[in-house]
Design a protein around this ligand. Sequence first.
Ligand code: ARG
Length: 462
Amino acid sequence: GDIRLWGGRFADGPAEALEKLSASVHFDWRLAPYDIAGSRAHARVLHKAGLLTEDELHQMLAGLDALERDVTSGAFQGTIADEDVHTALERGLLERLGKDLGGKLRAGRSRNDQVATLFRMYLRDHARVIGGLLADLQEALVGLAEAHPDVAMPGRTHLQHAQPVLFAHHVLAHAQALARDAERLRQWDARTAVSPYGSGALAGSSLGLDPEAVAADLGFEGGSAANSIDGTASRDFVAEFAFVTAMIGVDISKIAEEVIIWNTKEFSFVTLHDAFSTGSSIMPQKKNPDIAELARGKSGRLIGNLTGLLATLKALPLAYNRDLQEDKEPVFDSIDQLELLLPAFTGMMATLTVHGDRMAALAPAGFSLATDVAEWLVKRGVPFRVAHEVAGACVKECERAGIELDELTDEQFAAISPHLTPEVREVLNVPGALAARDGKGGTAPSAVAAQLAAFRTDLEQQ
Ligand code: ARG
């Protein structure tokens, strides 16, 4: 029989080419449990409005339970002829309850308000999953920082040696970015906790159904949609979700890029655990950072999913348009990719061997203490403009002689400037340079310890 929900006014069935084009059941099937939950809530408001008897409600709920079991076991599946998950589940219900009772559930709802509601529920669940995986990664980064509290490394700008920083400080910088992404997910969730159910196709329902009851039933803390047109047609919640997942991808890609560089022979800052690296089919010696590279690559894909979705949404007239069926695959993909990537990436970071001696040895290289010479002069009353010039002259002399700043003799210092007394050596060492930066957010061990403690508290409170 014709299972279309809209066969009444049509003389002919759909062309095969249309059916194929139209079908979404192969990707929206993952919404099935949410569709069934929505149907239960809808059955309850139909009953509340006097459109289902007590007995019919019980049969309906039992039918939905049976359908859910068959969906879970795989005994019931959607087909291409079903078009979408909503139609397939309606068929399943009709098969179980018969047309008279089964056919009552559709009153006062549309696939337009259904899909907008289910999509929110699905994304909210996965926001929680991704938030948990993100917390695991933050935990791994905090663990790295805690395991190496005193290791200095070259801090860089423009990828050039800039000033020494603590490795823990550097790692926590990444963790801070991820913490903001996690916060973005929570804020998105609060904004998305609004149910479009009851909006119908676009205009609401004339059947006296209670949208607020459905919203409460389905766990939407923000109640039901204020505007049925907006409820069915808006997808900014999808775009925002795609942005946050893309941002997570970008933030992870930045860590990935550094791990790739740190893992080179030239840097030798880290060694990857065997279980989280790969070999080469031809070069026996190779141990490759594939997880980091996949992270870097997948971030491009996540950005693509966001931009593709925004292009789909651009200039759509109100209210629902079938273009909106294109809203699901991009974010489903972003979710799938992140849920694959994050555990592997966290494993890689948690098992990283850090070569602290190598990092520390390079921390003062490249004249990275020149700023400390200048600031030391400033503390002795020399204007910064002069101090900057004097420290620059020290670097110039070192480059000429092929030495580092702390290798300049007292005579060489004095020849550069009479202000450069031998006491300048107090700041020409990495521990001194680090310890001096002890304001909030600075790289001094005391400041980093405070940052770490605060970060840990926030992470545990999430
Ligand atoms: N499968 C559609 C979607 O994902 C929902 C169905 C609405 N279809 C319609 N012709 N109004 O957007």
